[in-house]
Design a binder for this molecule. Structure first.
Ligand code: PLP
Length: 415
């Protein structure tokens, strides 16, 4: 874990768990242990209640209405934009665009900026540890434009090979799109260095912050990234909701991504003029309820403090790493020096699906498979891994339950 200082406060995890109704249940007769947080984190009461309150109290379409409910809904919606601006330390709230999540944010940049500015033989650089959502949109763009996709290799520990990156960069590089923290390996990438080197060549940089947003302090001005994509549901917020940060100068130069209501200034059959940012990129009635709930999720994270969250998760990660390393049959995948709380592993001779199923029988939810990073799995010569990923409400006792479960599985399947 990075950037942990002495101001850390210990969180009361027992009290905190009570804010997450879903955690208080039995699965297959055992208390639920939820270790699938990299796929989606659970939602605190405040987030769930925000959705209910919106539909029960002030459901109305936003921006164009002059009645009280419309004004209330618009205010709540735009408050989330300001909350996100502060969360990412963007200069202006107009630089925050609401999307369905990281996937749509990346597609927006590829489909709008990419379509306008990428030419034949231009180069786009990604890394070998990208999620499919940061591979496929660029492949589609390259195919359409005759551009070339280049891939930064990673080391055995799962770290970006910086020298290889420097060799890939050239005057032809137009976009670098890299993951801030890997969902399969946990690696936190040296994003500032990646950004500075790309800028030296005149390329713009998109950061996939889907995993980083819940754990890392993000300051888009200090990072100087050009775009940043994130999903609400990995930061204790609702699913199908997220944001794209983009520098004003770039967003203003980009064509709309979708056409429809809200993104226009004036429409006639002869010609349409487009709205200003951010609305130019928000065609149609948005997911107002989930935008409002997204604000509560960010407030929740702010209330706890990212440093405190990161410190607690680091403790759990270190504890779990030590425990799993002590089991001879287990091999950890992704052992970078700087990691978010993701622990991928394989057990020689046991399929990861069997591990997942048998842990589920004990009430323990982990993820198994390629984690939407098939090319990375191929690099490691694996079909998939078992992955435990931790959030602020997880405990060492839960790790102990998983360890007991894993020991049983090994004993049972290896005899
Ligand atoms: N990028 C990373 C690193 C992820 O972990 C994920 C989701 O697992 C995504 C992108 C896609 O996020 P979403 O499905 O919310 O769009």
């Amino acid at each position: 874990m990075s950037a942990i200082t002495e101001e850390i406060q210990k969180l009361d995890i027992t009290a905190l768990r009570k804010e997450f109704p879903v955690l208080n249940q039995q699965i297959n007769g055992k208390p639920l242990v939820y270790f699938d947080n990299a796929a989606t984190s659970q939602k605190p009461d405040v987030v769930i209640k925000a959705i209910e309150e919106y539909y029960q109290g002030y459901n109305a379409n936003i921006h164009r209405g002059i009645h009280t409910l419309a004004e209330k809904a618009t205010k709540a919606f735009e408050d989330t934009r300001e909350t996100l601006r502060a969360f990412l330390n963007a200069t202006e709230k107009e630089e925050i665009i609401f999307t369905k999540g990281t996937t749509e944010s990346i597609n927006l940049v590829a489909g709008s900026y990419g379509r306008k500015f990428i030419r034949e033989k231009d180069e786009i650089i990604i890394s070998a540890m990208e999620h499919h959502s940061n591979i496929v949109p660029w492949q589609m763009l390259c195919e359409e434009k005759g551009a070339v996709l280049k891939v930064i290799p990673v080391s055995e520990k799962g770290e970006i090979l910086m020298e290889a990156y420097e060799e890939l960069l050239s005057e032809r590089t137009k976009i670098v799109s890299v993951v801030y923290a890997s969902n399969s390996l946990g690696t936190i990438n040296p994003v500032k260095e990646l950004i500075d080197k790309a800028h030296d060549k005149g390329a713009i940089v998109l950061l996939d912050a889907a995993q980083a947003a819940a754990h890392e302090e993000i300051d888009v001005q200090t990072l100087d990234c050009d775009f940043l994509a994130m999903s609400a549901h990995k930061v204790y917020g609702p699913t199908g909701m997220g944001a794209l940060y983009g520098k004003r100068s770039l967003l203003e130069d980009m064509p709309p991504y979708q056409g429809g209501g809200e993104m226009i200034k004036d429409v006639s059959f002869a010609k349409t003029t487009y709205n200003d940012i951010p609305y130019k990129f928000e065609a149609g009635t948005p997911n107002i309820a989930d935008v409002v709930a997204f604000r509560e999720a960010i407030h929740f994270v702010n209330r706890l403090g990212k440093k405190n969250i990161a410190a607690h998760e680091a403790e759990i990660l270190d504890y779990a790493t030590e425990k799993l390393q002590a089991i001879p049959d287990i091999r950890l995948i992704g052992t970078a020096d700087d990691k978010v709380s993701v622990l991928s592993f394989v057990i020689e001779g046991i399929h990861h699906f069997d591990i997942g199923q048998m842990l589920d029988a004990a009430g323990i939810a982990i993820r198994t498979g390629h984690h939407c990073t098939q090319p990375l799995m191929n690099e490691f010569g694996l079909e998939g891994t078992a992955r435990a990923s931790f959030a602020v409400y997880n405990t060492k006792e839960e790790v102990d339950s998983m360890v007991v479960g894993l020991e049983k599985i090994i004993k049972f399947l290896k005899q």
